[in-house]
Design a protein around this ligand. Structure first.
Ligand code: ACO
Length: 378
């Protein structure tokens, strides 16, 4: 019997038909429901983008207002969930806390009737509504601080910063975070979205599917790269050390965090926008020497590896932006999760509309017809 060819990492193999987002990796093009990411990051905001991703078109003012109103009550965590968050170990990573508390949100929310569109939407709104408060609450608990009650009047971005820091953010900080949320909201069939769809295909709730997606996003080859980029820039120790540092990394055949992408073979369009955002923040809140190091690193890595299609990805500038917003380094990946929740849920809904259980094959490489050997004869 001949086997189908194994494609490691399923690279380039379609896992679903989807109308949510589109990437052209050679041209550095990303669109959500057909609208280029550059237009959305310049003119839209996170809640509107969520609506777009979930519904396939831009909302009217009335639809958007209604959507925002429905999200408001879900920002607040119920008493059992707060008790759970306060009982989490203070060791470990915020992504582990988020994965656990997202599953727990499902335990304290009404059951989901998968046959009812209203019930499915209600569950998605509960997940999206609670995400920012959950991340901020887990982080405050980890730092030994009291939890901050969400402010329903604030946007997703502003409420997150408020619940994290206990003070209302200024307009520029809110705008910058909101824009970062827009840029990370969706990105076709990446590892975490695939994880979400695989879990969704067993006909489980969005709480469970998003919790699985959070676990998948955590790794350094995916969302976990953003915090490593910042630590990498700090460890280089200054612009003047970049060239020697890159040479050492390349000689050791080690990967440079924040560069390379399975699909983009040019600079990630989101990296362009995040770089612009960094510039806007620096104008009002002062620059950082890490930015000079980053620019030099981009120049040298692009020079050495650009011909192999290795350029800055979305994670390259996001850490510099988040650090300037006063966000602790290991909360960077949870912010990615906050944003990507919009895309994960769009995929959960799409999967539910025409579900087929994921059950890929494998190429067996083990032994056959082996017999059990009793312990005394081994
Ligand atoms: N630095 C140095 N070399 C690299 C890098 C990098 N960042 N990325 C890829 N390469 C090299 C590999 O060493 C490999 O070289 P080889 O053929 O000589 O062995 C070749 O390019 C192919 O690398 P793969 O990892 O097999 O390619 P893949 O398509 O799987 O790469 C990935 C995608 C995993 C993102 C990779 O570029 C990487 O590990 N980057 C660093 C981590 C990172 O920034 N992740 C965030 C990605 S964006 C996101 O998930 C949101």
């Amino acid at each position: 019997m001949t086997h189908p060819e194994l494609i490691p990492g399923l690279a380039g193999i379609p896992a679903a038909e989807s109308s949510i987002s589109f990437i052209n990796g050679l041209e550095g093009l990303l669109s959500y429901r057909g609208i280029r990411i550059e237009e959305l990051s310049a003119q839209s905001h996170y809640e509107e983008v969520c609506w777009l991703l979930w519904n396939g078109e831009l909302p009217t003012q009335a639809q958007l207002d209604q959507f925002k109103l429905r999200l408001r009550p879900h920002r607040e965590l119920n008493a059992d969930l707060k008790k759970f968050v306060r009982g989490l170990p203070q060791s470990g990573h915020p992504m582990e806390a988020l994965q656990a508390s997202m599953a727990t949100l499902g335990m304290v929310s009404p059951g989901v009737d998968l046959k009812s569109a209203d019930s499915r939407l209600d569950a998605c709104e509960r997940v999206l509504g609670a995400m920012g408060t959950l991340i901020a609450s887990c982080e405050r608990h980890r730092q030994g601080l009291d939890l901050v009650e969400p402010d329903p009047e604030l946007s997703v971005a502003a409420n997150f910063l408020y619940c994290l820091n206990g003070e209302r953010p200024d307009e520029i900080k809110t705008r910058v975070l909101d824009c970062a949320l827009v840029l990370h909201a969706e990105h076709t069939m990446n590892a975490s979205t695939f994880a979400c769809r695989v879990v969704a295909s067993t006909e489980t709730s969005p709480y469970t599917a998003v919790s699985a997606a959070v676990g998948s996003l955590f790794g350094p080859l995916h969302g976990g790269a953003n915090e490593r980029v910042l630590r990498q820039l700090e460890s280089i120790g200054g612009k003047e050390n970049v060239e020697a540092w890159v040479d050492k990394k390349m000689a050791a055949k080690e990967k440079i965090m924040g560069f390379g992408h399975r699909v983009y073979k040019t600079k990630d369009p989101r990296a362009h926008d995040l770089q612009k955002l960094a510039g806007q923040l620096f104008e009002t809140h002062g620059s950082t020497p890490l930015y000079d190091t980053a620019l030099e690193l981009e120049r040298i890595v692009t020079d050495r590896l650009g011909d192999r299609g290795i350029y800055p990805n979305v994670d390259f500038f996001s850490g510099i932006v988040y650090q300037k917003l006063g966000i602790p380094t290991d909360v960077f990946t949870p912010i990615f999760a906050l944003s990507r929740t919009a895309g994960w849920l769009a995929h959960w809904m799409e999967q539910m509309e025409d579900n087929k259980l994921f059950r890929p094959g494998q190429i067996y490489t083990g032994r056959k017809d082996v017999h059990y050997v009793p312990m005394a004869q081994r």
